[in-house]
Design a protein around this ligand. Sequence first.
Ligand code: SAM
Length: 248
Amino acid sequence: MTNAEAYDRGFAHLTSHTVGPLLASAGRNRAPRLLDVGCGTGVVTAAALALGAEVTAVDADPGMLELIARRHPYATIRLAALPELPFEDEQFDVIAGNFVINHVPDTPEALSELHRVLRPGGTIALTWWKADEMTATNVFAEAIAAAQVPYDPPVRPFASHDTPQRFTALMAGAGFREASVESVRWRHQADLAAWWTHVVRAGGPRFGVIGCQPPEVVERIRGHYLRLAAPYEREGFPVCAHLATATR
Ligand SMILES: C[S@@+](CC[C@H](N)C(=O)[O-])C[C@H]1O[C@@H](n2cnc3c(N)ncnc32)[C@H](O)[C@@H]1O
C-alpha cells in the first residue's frame, strides 16, 4: 500500500464530508472551469466531474497525482505547490481547496495566487480543521505523548490565521469580496484498527513519526491509541471544519 493509497482508504473518507458544502458554490456556474487545489486522491475532483465541471486538479505530492490521474482520466492533472500555480490569470470560474490551505507555508501569498487565477465574479471555497475539535487525529498526538515518545510537533504557520475572523480578514486583504466562514461539525465513523493502520501508513508531517519508531514503540503507541479512541468506537470521532467562501 502506498502512502497515497493509505490516505485514500483512511483520510479521504474523513475529508469527503465537506465536499458537498464546498461545491455548493460551484452550482451557480454551468460547466465551470474548476480548480481543485491540493486535490489529494480526488474526493473533490470526483464530485465536481459528476456535476459536469471542467476540472483541473493540482497537488504538491506526485504520489497523490499518480493515483488521481489513474482514477480520473477526464480531469487535467498538474503537479504544483501553493503559493505558486502554473496558470494564466483569471483562468478559473471556481476554486475549491479541501484541507489544503492549512498545509501551505505562506497563507497570504497563497491567497493572492488563488485570487490571481480566479476570474472576476468567480467563487472560491476553502476548508481547514478546527484544531481543538479534531478528535480523529488528536488521539494520535495524545497516544504519542502517553507513550512518552520524544516528538516535536511540526510548526504550523497556519495556526496564526485559523480563526474565522482572521481568515476572512486575510481573504479581504488578498482582494476577495464577501468572505464568510461557517463551521461544519460531524462524527467520523471508522473501524479503530483500520483507522490506525491508514493514518500511520499515510505518513505525513504529523504522524509519519509513528511508523519510524521501533516495532515495540509502535505497539506501545498503538495500545494508548486504542485506549484513547475507544470512547469514539460506537458514535464516531467528533470533528469540526471551517468552510470559507468568497467571490473575486
Ligand atoms: C489533507 S490532504 C487533502 C486532500 C484532498 N483535498 C481531500 O480533501 O482529501 C492535503 C493535500 O494537500 C497537498 N498539499 C500540501 N501542501 C501543498 C501545497 N503547498 N500546494 C498544493 N498542495 C499541497 C498534500 O499533498 C495533500 O494531498
